[in-house]
Write a protein that binds this ligand. Structure first.
Ligand code: EGV
Length: 386
């Protein structure tokens, strides 16, 4: 655990309040008006509540059944619910992890056995950069605008062992289209570069639910994908991350995986299966309507505030950035914090140039609508004082 004094940190001291995005999120963890982290904290839907109320039965079921069967079912239910019908079925190709960050650590350690340099989308959630760098890898930022517009420069591909893209991206919500992924995978195949995707937010956006595994496999490139149930459902952080790899990946992911864990609890795997099946039967569409309504609430409630804009117009993910123009973002954050409202400063998403995030804050949309409304009302009144 990190220094708990951070919660009482003197905002005027030169000591940084938080060292990364997650520490900023931790400051918010006990507040009713926490709109900082991207974890799902809204109420369970009636059908989700029914699943939770059946937990003792799921527990008994897990005690009786072979783990391998429960695990295969979880992979199938979750991945097909998200349109990923061509995911690999052979043993070891989908590894269940405690979280997508654990999958990320495994990826970073495996990459570090072969390579020195990785190209990573910029901006993105900072722990991806930190886990890669923590394993000794050098990073080259790939600007999101360039990545989404055109082919990668050959000189970049010559320098790196892996190209890493978060899609939909966090915090911008940008999605790699099927056409763009096809080009990128072809480029990686030609250059012998590994293509790695983090698709943790794909559940929120149908545009990210075309069959990525069909595209990746057809390209012949060496690929790996990190999938995640963690952002979708309010399951109190009972979740699984998946590490899916190409047949020709040729990295020691299973060795590193087994250095770190034996497997995820079958109770969590079975819970994920039930939530995924519920999502397939209408729960996912309901979630999309819920997030869209919360996004509309945020945008409506903050409309007309001088200087304020929403940079991610087309985003469908469960977070929303707000640009404050020339308003003093740090002062606004502190005034919100005094009123128990916690938002996420975006500096650290720009892991190679934090200053570029200085005018933006990220708001979480996976919240009870009433709580979100309360937080945004405070946000509006604080902004009115500037
Ligand atoms: C988001 C929390 C980790 C991460 C939250 C996140 N941090 N894993 N070190 O799960 O967007 O708020 O991704």
């Amino acid at each position: 655990m990190f220094d708990t004094d951070l919660r009482n940190a003197d905002l005027d001291s030169s000591r940084p309040i938080a060292q990364n995005l997650t520490q900023w999120e931790y400051l918010a963890i006990n507040s009713e008006l926490n709109v900082a982290d991207g974890h799902a904290r809204q109420s369970l839907t009636p059908s989700q509540l029914e699943i939770v109320q059946g937990l003792p039965v799921l527990f008994a079921d897990c005690e009786r059944r072979p783990i391998e069967e429960i695990e295969r079912e979880a992979h199938r239910s979750f991945l097909t619910m998200l349109g990923q019908h061509s995911y690999p079925q052979e043993p070891g190709r989908v590894l269940s992890c405690y979280s997508s960050s654990v999958a990320m650590e495994i990826v970073a350690r495996a990459l570090a056995t072969r390579f020195e340099t990785v190209a990573l989308v910029h901006p993105t959630f900072d722990n991806i950069a930190d886990l890669l760098r923590g394993n000794g890898l050098d990073l080259v930022p790939m600007e999101e605008d360039l990545l989404y517009q055109a082919d990668l420069p050959q000189e970049l591909l010559n320098r790196v062992g892996c190209v890493f893209v978060t899609t939909p991206n966090n915090p911008t919500g940008r999605v790699l289209s099927e056409a763009r992924l096809t080009r990128l995978a072809a480029q990686c195949a030609r250059s012998g570069v590994i293509l790695a995707l983090d698709t943790s937010f794909r559940g929120f956006d149908t545009r990210a639910q075309y069959d990525h595994y069909a595209v990746l496999t057809a390209s012949g490139c060496r690929w790996l994908v990190i999938e995640d149930t963690g952002k979708l459902w309010p399951t109190l952080d009972l979740k699984m991350g998946l590490l899916v790899s190409a047949e020709n990946l040729d990295l020691p992911v299973y060795k590193v995986y087994s250095d770190i864990l034996l497997g995820v609890s079958p109770l969590i795997l079975l819970l994920a299966t039930r939530f995924a099946d519920d999502a397939a039967q209408g729960g996912l569409a309901e979630l999309h309507r819920f997030i869209a309504a919360n996004r509309a609430l945020v945008r409506n409630c903050l409309s007309g505030v001088p200087q304020l804009s929403f940079p991610d117009a087309g985003s469908r993910v469960s977070v929303e950035r707000v640009d404050l123009g020339t308003l003093p973002t740090e002062r606004v954050w502190a005034q919100l914090q005094e009123r128990n409202v916690y938002v996420l400063p975006c500096n650290d998403f720009y892991w190679a140039a934090p200053d570029r995030g200085r005018s933006t804050l990220r708001l979480a949309l996976s919240r009870h609508t009433d709580r979100l409304q309360d937080a945004i009302a405070v946000f509006r009144s604080v902004l009115a004082q500037h």
